[in-house]
Design a protein around this ligand. Structure first.
Ligand SMILES: [Fe+2]
Length: 293
Protein backbone atom coordinates (compact mmCIF):
# COMPACT_ATOMS: atom_id res chain seq x y z
CA UNK A 1 0.00 0.00 0.00
CA UNK A 2 1.33 3.39 -0.92
CA UNK A 3 1.21 6.37 1.36
CA UNK A 4 2.33 8.75 -1.33
CA UNK A 5 -0.35 10.77 -3.04
CA UNK A 6 0.17 11.95 -6.57
CA UNK A 7 -0.20 15.72 -6.61
CA UNK A 8 -1.06 18.00 -9.51
CA UNK A 9 -0.77 21.77 -9.06
CA UNK A 10 -2.60 24.51 -10.96
CA UNK A 11 -1.51 28.13 -10.68
CA UNK A 12 -3.93 31.04 -11.03
CA UNK A 13 -1.71 33.82 -12.33
CA UNK A 14 -3.91 36.87 -11.46
CA UNK A 15 -4.07 35.93 -7.75
CA UNK A 16 -0.91 33.83 -7.46
CA UNK A 17 -3.05 31.06 -5.96
CA UNK A 18 -2.12 27.38 -6.07
CA UNK A 19 -4.88 24.82 -6.50
CA UNK A 20 -4.21 21.13 -6.05
CA UNK A 21 -5.57 17.74 -6.91
CA UNK A 22 -4.16 14.82 -4.97
CA UNK A 23 -5.07 11.22 -5.53
CA UNK A 24 -4.29 7.71 -4.45
CA UNK A 25 -2.80 5.88 -7.45
CA UNK A 26 -3.90 2.54 -6.00
CA UNK A 27 -7.61 3.38 -6.00
CA UNK A 28 -7.77 6.55 -8.16
CA UNK A 29 -9.76 8.27 -5.41
CA UNK A 30 -8.83 11.91 -4.99
CA UNK A 31 -9.53 15.35 -3.60
CA UNK A 32 -9.28 18.94 -4.78
CA UNK A 33 -7.74 21.59 -2.52
CA UNK A 34 -8.44 25.34 -2.71
CA UNK A 35 -9.95 25.68 -6.21
CA UNK A 36 -10.36 29.19 -7.60
CA UNK A 37 -13.55 30.73 -9.01
CA UNK A 38 -12.25 33.57 -11.18
CA UNK A 39 -13.48 37.10 -10.57
CA UNK A 40 -12.70 40.34 -12.36
CA UNK A 41 -13.35 43.21 -9.94
CA UNK A 42 -13.45 45.82 -12.71
CA UNK A 43 -16.37 44.23 -14.55
CA UNK A 44 -17.90 42.15 -11.78
CA UNK A 45 -17.62 39.16 -14.11
CA UNK A 46 -17.03 35.67 -12.70
CA UNK A 47 -15.57 32.81 -14.70
CA UNK A 48 -14.72 29.16 -14.17
CA UNK A 49 -11.50 28.94 -16.17
CA UNK A 50 -9.44 27.51 -13.33
CA UNK A 51 -12.14 25.20 -12.04
CA UNK A 52 -12.76 23.91 -15.57
CA UNK A 53 -9.04 23.17 -15.93
CA UNK A 54 -9.13 21.18 -12.71
CA UNK A 55 -12.30 19.40 -13.80
CA UNK A 56 -10.77 18.51 -17.16
CA UNK A 57 -7.68 17.16 -15.41
CA UNK A 58 -9.55 14.85 -13.04
CA UNK A 59 -11.81 13.58 -15.83
CA UNK A 60 -8.90 13.00 -18.24
CA UNK A 61 -7.02 11.04 -15.58
CA UNK A 62 -9.95 9.03 -14.28
CA UNK A 63 -9.72 10.45 -10.76
CA UNK A 64 -12.81 9.88 -8.63
CA UNK A 65 -12.98 13.09 -6.60
CA UNK A 66 -14.57 12.54 -3.20
CA UNK A 67 -13.74 15.86 -1.57
CA UNK A 68 -13.42 19.50 -2.49
CA UNK A 69 -11.46 20.95 0.40
CA UNK A 70 -10.71 24.51 1.38
CA UNK A 71 -7.91 25.26 3.82
CA UNK A 72 -9.50 28.51 4.97
CA UNK A 73 -11.93 31.22 3.88
CA UNK A 74 -9.71 32.97 1.34
CA UNK A 75 -9.39 36.74 1.13
CA UNK A 76 -7.83 36.99 -2.30
CA UNK A 77 -9.99 34.74 -4.46
CA UNK A 78 -13.42 33.14 -4.59
CA UNK A 79 -13.68 29.43 -3.83
CA UNK A 80 -14.91 27.21 -6.67
CA UNK A 81 -15.84 24.46 -4.19
CA UNK A 82 -19.57 24.50 -4.91
CA UNK A 83 -19.14 24.66 -8.69
CA UNK A 84 -16.90 21.59 -8.57
CA UNK A 85 -19.05 19.79 -6.00
CA UNK A 86 -22.05 20.16 -8.28
CA UNK A 87 -20.18 18.61 -11.22
CA UNK A 88 -18.35 15.86 -9.36
CA UNK A 89 -20.81 14.84 -6.67
CA UNK A 90 -18.06 15.41 -4.10
CA UNK A 91 -18.39 16.62 -0.53
CA UNK A 92 -17.03 19.98 0.58
CA UNK A 93 -15.03 20.53 3.75
CA UNK A 94 -13.23 23.25 5.69
CA UNK A 95 -11.99 23.79 9.26
CA UNK A 96 -14.65 23.99 11.96
CA UNK A 97 -13.57 27.43 13.13
CA UNK A 98 -14.95 28.85 9.90
CA UNK A 99 -18.07 29.51 11.98
CA UNK A 100 -16.15 32.20 13.88
CA UNK A 101 -15.12 33.77 10.59
CA UNK A 102 -18.75 33.69 9.49
CA UNK A 103 -19.84 35.45 12.67
CA UNK A 104 -17.15 38.10 12.31
CA UNK A 105 -17.96 38.90 8.70
CA UNK A 106 -21.72 38.66 9.21
CA UNK A 107 -21.28 41.69 11.43
CA UNK A 108 -19.00 43.51 8.99
CA UNK A 109 -21.44 43.00 6.11
CA UNK A 110 -24.52 43.50 8.31
CA UNK A 111 -26.07 40.28 7.05
CA UNK A 112 -29.53 39.32 8.20
CA UNK A 113 -30.52 36.43 10.38
CA UNK A 114 -31.10 34.31 7.31
CA UNK A 115 -27.33 34.07 6.99
CA UNK A 116 -26.42 30.99 9.03
CA UNK A 117 -23.16 31.08 10.98
CA UNK A 118 -23.09 27.40 11.88
CA UNK A 119 -21.08 26.18 8.91
CA UNK A 120 -24.02 24.42 7.24
CA UNK A 121 -22.74 25.75 3.90
CA UNK A 122 -20.18 22.87 3.90
CA UNK A 123 -20.76 19.12 4.04
CA UNK A 124 -18.11 18.64 6.72
CA UNK A 125 -16.35 20.83 9.26
CA UNK A 126 -13.00 19.42 10.35
CA UNK A 127 -11.63 19.64 13.88
CA UNK A 128 -7.95 19.46 14.75
CA UNK A 129 -6.85 15.83 14.66
CA UNK A 130 -9.73 14.62 12.50
CA UNK A 131 -8.83 11.97 9.97
CA UNK A 132 -10.55 10.67 6.87
CA UNK A 133 -9.64 8.32 4.04
CA UNK A 134 -9.20 9.12 0.36
CA UNK A 135 -8.84 5.66 -1.11
CA UNK A 136 -6.04 4.07 0.88
CA UNK A 137 -4.60 7.44 1.90
CA UNK A 138 -5.30 8.74 5.38
CA UNK A 139 -5.76 12.50 5.60
CA UNK A 140 -4.91 14.16 8.92
CA UNK A 141 -6.34 17.57 9.66
CA UNK A 142 -3.95 19.92 11.45
CA UNK A 143 -5.45 23.12 12.83
CA UNK A 144 -3.03 25.84 11.72
CA UNK A 145 -4.42 29.31 12.50
CA UNK A 146 -2.68 32.66 12.25
CA UNK A 147 -3.37 33.78 8.68
CA UNK A 148 -7.02 33.23 9.57
CA UNK A 149 -8.50 31.82 12.76
CA UNK A 150 -10.05 28.95 10.80
CA UNK A 151 -7.07 27.70 8.78
CA UNK A 152 -6.31 23.99 8.58
CA UNK A 153 -3.53 21.98 6.92
CA UNK A 154 -4.34 18.68 5.23
CA UNK A 155 -1.56 16.14 5.78
CA UNK A 156 -1.75 13.26 3.32
CA UNK A 157 0.99 10.65 3.61
CA UNK A 158 4.24 12.43 2.79
CA UNK A 159 2.48 15.55 1.48
CA UNK A 160 0.89 18.46 3.31
CA UNK A 161 -1.23 21.28 1.94
CA UNK A 162 -0.14 24.13 4.17
CA UNK A 163 -2.15 26.95 2.55
CA UNK A 164 -1.16 30.42 3.71
CA UNK A 165 1.38 29.60 6.42
CA UNK A 166 4.70 29.10 4.67
CA UNK A 167 5.37 30.64 1.30
CA UNK A 168 8.19 29.27 -0.86
CA UNK A 169 11.47 29.67 1.08
CA UNK A 170 12.54 32.80 -0.84
CA UNK A 171 9.21 34.48 -0.02
CA UNK A 172 8.97 33.72 3.69
CA UNK A 173 5.61 33.29 5.38
CA UNK A 174 2.03 34.43 4.88
CA UNK A 175 0.50 37.56 6.30
CA UNK A 176 -1.33 37.46 9.61
CA UNK A 177 -3.06 40.84 9.67
CA UNK A 178 -6.57 40.02 8.48
CA UNK A 179 -9.43 40.44 10.96
CA UNK A 180 -8.71 38.00 13.82
CA UNK A 181 -5.41 36.95 12.25
CA UNK A 182 -2.49 36.49 14.63
CA UNK A 183 1.25 36.40 14.05
CA UNK A 184 1.61 34.61 17.41
CA UNK A 185 -0.76 31.86 16.29
CA UNK A 186 0.99 31.72 12.93
CA UNK A 187 4.33 31.12 14.66
CA UNK A 188 2.85 28.21 16.60
CA UNK A 189 1.25 26.77 13.44
CA UNK A 190 4.56 27.01 11.55
CA UNK A 191 6.18 25.06 14.38
CA UNK A 192 3.60 22.28 14.07
CA UNK A 193 4.03 22.08 10.29
CA UNK A 194 7.83 22.07 10.48
CA UNK A 195 7.63 19.26 13.05
CA UNK A 196 6.45 16.96 10.25
CA UNK A 197 9.13 14.57 8.90
CA UNK A 198 11.99 16.30 7.07
CA UNK A 199 11.08 14.92 3.65
CA UNK A 200 7.41 15.93 3.85
CA UNK A 201 6.41 17.79 0.70
CA UNK A 202 4.83 21.08 1.75
CA UNK A 203 2.52 22.56 -0.89
CA UNK A 204 1.99 26.29 -0.41
CA UNK A 205 -1.18 28.31 -1.00
CA UNK A 206 0.35 31.13 -3.01
CA UNK A 207 3.38 32.07 -4.99
CA UNK A 208 3.97 35.38 -6.71
CA UNK A 209 6.87 34.14 -8.87
CA UNK A 210 9.38 36.76 -7.69
CA UNK A 211 11.83 36.83 -10.59
CA UNK A 212 11.55 33.10 -11.22
CA UNK A 213 9.00 30.59 -12.43
CA UNK A 214 6.06 30.01 -10.07
CA UNK A 215 6.80 27.22 -7.59
CA UNK A 216 4.53 25.35 -5.20
CA UNK A 217 6.52 22.85 -3.14
CA UNK A 218 9.44 22.68 -0.77
CA UNK A 219 10.17 20.01 1.83
CA UNK A 220 10.20 20.55 5.56
CA UNK A 221 14.02 20.32 5.49
CA UNK A 222 14.24 22.91 2.70
CA UNK A 223 11.90 25.27 4.55
CA UNK A 224 13.87 24.90 7.77
CA UNK A 225 17.13 25.58 6.00
CA UNK A 226 16.20 28.37 3.63
CA UNK A 227 12.94 30.13 4.56
CA UNK A 228 13.84 33.81 4.80
CA UNK A 229 11.58 34.35 7.82
CA UNK A 230 12.65 31.20 9.68
CA UNK A 231 16.15 30.07 8.70
CA UNK A 232 17.73 31.94 11.64
CA UNK A 233 15.33 30.08 14.00
CA UNK A 234 13.70 33.22 15.42
CA UNK A 235 11.96 33.01 18.77
CA UNK A 236 8.28 33.85 18.86
CA UNK A 237 8.73 37.53 19.72
CA UNK A 238 11.30 38.02 16.96
CA UNK A 239 9.11 36.30 14.41
CA UNK A 240 6.09 38.34 15.45
CA UNK A 241 8.00 41.60 15.17
CA UNK A 242 9.25 40.58 11.73
CA UNK A 243 5.81 39.46 10.52
CA UNK A 244 3.91 42.43 11.96
CA UNK A 245 6.39 44.93 10.49
CA UNK A 246 6.03 43.38 7.06
CA UNK A 247 2.22 43.26 7.32
CA UNK A 248 2.10 46.98 8.15
CA UNK A 249 3.50 47.68 4.68
CA UNK A 250 0.95 45.56 2.79
CA UNK A 251 -2.24 46.89 1.21
CA UNK A 252 -5.34 44.85 1.89
CA UNK A 253 -5.94 42.16 -0.75
CA UNK A 254 -7.66 43.57 -3.83
CA UNK A 255 -10.52 41.10 -3.60
CA UNK A 256 -10.89 40.79 0.19
CA UNK A 257 -14.18 42.64 0.55
CA UNK A 258 -15.67 40.77 -2.38
CA UNK A 259 -14.17 37.36 -1.65
CA UNK A 260 -15.28 37.01 1.96
CA UNK A 261 -18.91 37.45 0.93
CA UNK A 262 -18.55 34.45 -1.37
CA UNK A 263 -16.32 32.35 0.81
CA UNK A 264 -18.27 32.59 4.07
CA UNK A 265 -21.08 31.08 1.97
CA UNK A 266 -18.85 28.15 1.03
CA UNK A 267 -18.25 29.47 -2.49
CA UNK A 268 -21.70 30.82 -3.34
CA UNK A 269 -22.91 34.26 -4.36
CA UNK A 270 -25.44 35.99 -2.08
CA UNK A 271 -29.06 35.20 -2.90
CA UNK A 272 -30.31 36.73 -6.14
CA UNK A 273 -32.31 39.95 -5.79
CA UNK A 274 -35.77 40.53 -7.31
CA UNK A 275 -34.32 40.99 -10.78
CA UNK A 276 -32.56 37.65 -10.59
CA UNK A 277 -29.12 39.25 -10.31
CA UNK A 278 -26.58 38.66 -7.53
CA UNK A 279 -24.89 41.59 -5.80
CA UNK A 280 -21.92 42.16 -3.52
CA UNK A 281 -21.67 45.08 -1.14
CA UNK A 282 -18.84 47.07 0.40
CA UNK A 283 -18.66 48.36 3.99
CA UNK A 284 -17.57 51.98 3.82
CA UNK A 285 -14.98 53.06 6.39
CA UNK A 286 -14.90 49.81 8.31
CA UNK A 287 -11.26 49.26 7.29
CA UNK A 288 -8.57 51.91 7.25
CA UNK A 289 -6.73 52.71 4.04
CA UNK A 290 -3.37 50.98 3.95
CA UNK A 291 -0.04 52.12 2.59
CA UNK A 292 1.35 50.41 -0.47
CA UNK A 293 0.74 50.26 -4.16
FE1 LIG B 1 -5.39 33.16 2.27
Amino acid sequence: MTHTPEVAAFWDEPTGSWQYVFHDPATMKGAIVDPVWNFDPLSGATATRDAQTVLDYVRANGIDVEWVLDTHPHADHFSAAVWLKDRLGAQTGIGEHVVRVQTLWKDIYNLGDDFATDGRQWDRLFADGDTFMVGSLKVNVLFSPGHTMASVTYVVGDAAFVHDTLMMPDSGTSRADFPAGSSADLFDSLGRILALPDDTRLYVGHDYAPGREPACMATVAEQRRANIHLADAPDKATFQARRDARDATLPLPKLMLAALQINIRGGRAPEAESNGRHYLKLPLDYFQARPGK
